[in-house]
Design a protein around this ligand. Sequence first.
Ligand code: TYD
Ligand code: MG
Length: 452
Amino acid sequence: MSKQTAQFTCTACGEKHRKWAGKCDACGGWNTIIEEAPLSSGPKSMGAKGRTIPLTDLATEEAPPPRAGSGLEELDRVLGGGLVPASAILVGGDPGIGKSTLLLQATAAFARRGLKCLYISGEEASAQVRMRAQRLGLADAPVQLGAETSLRDILTTLDAERPDLAVIDSIQTMWLDTVDAAPGSVSQVRAAAHELVTFAKRRGVAVILVGHVTKEGQIAGPRVVEHMVDTVLYFEGERGHQFRILRAVKNRFGPADEIGVFEMTGNGLAQVTNPSALFLSDRGTATPGSAVFAGIEGTRPVLTEIQALVAPSNLGTPRRTVVGLDSGRLSTILAVLEARCGIPFAGLDVFLNVAGGMRVSEPAADLAVAAALLSAREDVALPPDMVLFGEISLSGALRPVGQTENRLKEASKLGFSQAIAPERSKLGADTGMKLRQMPDLTAFVGEMFGAG
Ligand code: TYD
Ligand code: MG
């Protein structure tokens, strides 16, 4: 018998180590290595011969996967056009953000469309789930409920029932009796996810796994779970805000970066089909420090308001506080404004915020960020009917971004009438917007704020 020794695994990248260390050499993460119980059997010897696997060529025609729509348009779009049979989906999010609510509503919607759906909760009793369903007006949906954490029993049940969709809420509560570790530990989560994903593929059952997120914002458990599944969705939102964003960060069956917007109401999650109106809703009259960014989220244009506040600092190192944007991007834009346009922010505290709790990651937001910063610094309001977009390069040049026409159309639809964009932006049809194209940041500063 082989000697069983403890094994150490990095929770961030899944790399195995022979002994504990403060830093993982594979991914460079600190304090991510934890001890795991050894697997009960060692790896099999490679002496035995395997079977030959069937091979095909690339030209073999493959029909696109049939998809089942839930009728919840915001969800279907994020899934890439509906649920793909036998796919494995991971939905991550902070505790209390509304994952269980979303998935209960989704399961009910799929069940009403004729899919056989099972909802297994490892966190709540069936009665609790049923009460919630009643409150959400879903009691009549033909969903079958189960409250269980033993994966062996769950797999046996799924094998007997053969549903079209099984929701497992949550993967951290599941445990396998073959793995000698506590539920929620890396080895349990990895083994449970592996069992469920292989089951999904083998038996043609779509599974949705709910995953909790750590303080650092990653799905708790090893990163390998994200690699195992076909689709990873994050359900995000700011605590003080009503709305929630379902974001595809990985999708083997559709575009990543697609978002669905929901609003948490007393009766569960309601779809928000026109998010721009929502993110801009509390915009009053023109105020210094505010700029509207015409962005693209996935396949959909979304307008968001970028707000900046610039104030004299009494600290040695002035504050740079950012919500909803990358703080590195802010530093870059501040540096470009200083070096290329001669506008320093030294000795000034800078606060930057995307209104409404939205997160913006597109580089196209650079120009709107710079505009908000300048507007706050100069105390000059931008015209309230103006949107901006464009990437700022380190030289201070404005670089064109994609989908100019979609951005302008959305802005026009929401009552905006002028836009500032980089030179050489590709334009198709007339959008009814007055468009000014600028070569660089210096030209923009000169035009909007005088000589700069
Ligand atoms: P839940 O779906 O249990 O979150 P998770 O599964 O991500 O932990 O959602 C819990 C929160 O949602 C809770 O704070 C109450 C709120 N909520 C509503 O505001 N309205 C509703 O109709 C429901 C069901 C929940
Ligand atoms: Mg829950």
